[in-house]
Design a protein around this ligand. Structure first.
Ligand SMILES: *Cc1c(COP(=O)(O)O)cnc(C)c1O
Length: 433
């Protein structure tokens, strides 16, 4: 499979995965997608209902990237990437929670970050090169990236985060990894961090001294592995539920785009449900046909507080800009903060299951969809984070704090190690060289 930019309408061959992952964004400012339609339906059909996640991931990787990764290489990358697995938890009335938070940072972003890290390591190992991953974070992405790249040969990681503006637990996650991962605590805002990273990528001297690359969420190497858990969940449930739908709590819509890719490769999923909080730019587009980005609103499901979703361009491109086609596959739902709190409370009381605020959005959207469909149509709601990551929100909903997952509990006694710097490119340059 080859890849080309969403903004490239030419019909050339496209570039290799290995080149696309080191570029991140395409040179024309677009996002990478497969050049044509691959048909993986035979691979999907070959997955048994007790297939492990690792086996499913390895088969799909080999099928997708066979041109540049032989079977041994695909297996090595997946083995390194996935030391953790998703889990499916059945609730009542054909609703399943697809738990994606069993990785090192307790959020679904671990799947994408780990696979990207393992792929980059595989490429650099063969070429005997070194690279520096430079990334700005407001919390979640940084911790997944830090853990994914920890201990990788040939790769150093530098994370910029705004001083005093990430939660204490998030700061622990960013600053206690050590080894090849450095945390720079910037006297400024998240926007300052992002600007400094952008400036660094444009700075000729810096780029001559170091091979700088990014690991942000639009990277193709993070998108592709996010398709694997849709495929795995489908294989697990297809005997009972041939018509399983997925509900995806969305912010930048990378997760949903990955599900769409799986469907374009032949996964027989009748449809998806895109669930957002008050940042409902995509649901509004599906309703009105008008895409109107706007500044983001702060909500309780804050990893979904995105006012201009970067993957919308990918979604449009996958449907060739055809709104009706998109409406045929993606339904939408919007969930308020009050509803999120009520849902966390109600589901804990009635079903004995503890939801994080993002999963609560997906849960309520799924139940509404079932109601509108006139019956308990089978649905899998993607659970994107462990409730223990959102102590304050769960506390507000239930009156008591959630248990911390062991991965996070282990961080509490560790000492923060970061370098405090100013918010100019010059400050960053001094820290890098
Ligand atoms: C990043 C994130 C999301 C949103 O995922 P997108 O791919 O940006 O739509 C949802 N929930 C959690 C917990 C996240 O960290």
């Amino acid at each position: 499979m080859r890849f080309k930019s969403t903004r490239d309408s030419g019909s050339h061959q496209g570039i290799l995965y290995r080149d696309a992952i080191f570029q991140g964004l395409a040179p024309d400012g677009g996002l990478y997608l497969p050049t044509g339609k691959a048909d993986l339906s035979a691979v999907f059909a070959s997955l048994s209902r007790d297939v492990s996640f690792l086996e499913a991931a390895t088969k799909v990787t080999a099928a997708l990237l066979g041109e540049e990764m032989d079977d041994a290489s695909a297996e090595r990358v997946c083995r390194k990437a996935f030391s953790f697995e998703p889990e499916l938890k059945p609730l009542k009335d054909n609703l399943y929670i697809l738990e994606l938070f069993h990785g090192p940072s307790c959020a679904f972003k671990d799947f994408g970050a780990s696979f990207l890290a393992a792929s980059m390591e595989e490429v650099l190992r063969k070429e005997h090169k070194k690279a520096v991953i430079l990334t700005a974070t407001s919390g979640d992405t940084g911790s997944a990236v830090a853990r994914a790249f920890y201990g990788k040969d040939n790769l150093d990681v530098v994370i910029l985060y705004p001083s005093g503006r990430v939660s204490p637990l998030q700061e622990k996650q960013l600053t206690t990894v050590g080894g090849n991962v450095r945390a720079l605590e910037v006297r400024g805002s998240f926007d300052d961090c992002q600007r400094m990273v952008k400036e660094a990528f444009l700075d000729r001297d810096l780029n001559e001294a170091l091979t700088l690359t990014s690991a942000n969420s639009i990277n193709l190497g993070r998108l592709i592995p996010q398709s694997f858990y849709y495929i795995w969940a489908w294989a697990r449930l297809r005997e009972e539920h041939a018509d399983l739908r997925f509900c995806v709590p969305s912010g930048n819509f990378g997760n949903l785009s990955a599900g769409l890719l799986a469907r374009f490769w032949g996964l027989p999923v009748p449809g998806f449900l895109a669930a957002t909080n008050a940042n409902d730019v995509v649901p509004a587009y599906l309703k009105t046909g008008e895409f109107q980005p706007r500044p983001s609103l702060q909500t309780l499901s804050n990893a979904m507080d995105v006012g201009n979703p970067s993957n919308f361009e990918r979604m449009l491109s996958l449907f060739d800009g055809d709104l009706e086609a998109m409406r045929g596959v993606i339904a939408e739902a919007v969930v308020s903060d009050d509803e999120t709190l009520q849902t966390i409370r109600k589901v804990k009381e009635e079903e004995g299951y503890l939801l994080d605020p993002h999963t609560a959005v997906a849960y309520l959207a799924s139940r509404r969809y079932q109601e509108q469909s006139g019956g308990p149509v089978p649905m899998a709601a993607l659970s994107t984070a462990h409730p223990g990551k959102f102590v304050e929100v769960v506390q507000e909903a239930l009156g008591q704090a959630p248990p911390l997952p062991p991965q996070l509990r282990a961080l509490l006694p560790l000492e923060k190690r970061s370098t405090l710097i100013g918010n100019s490119l010059e400050d960053l340059r001094r820290a890098l060289i």
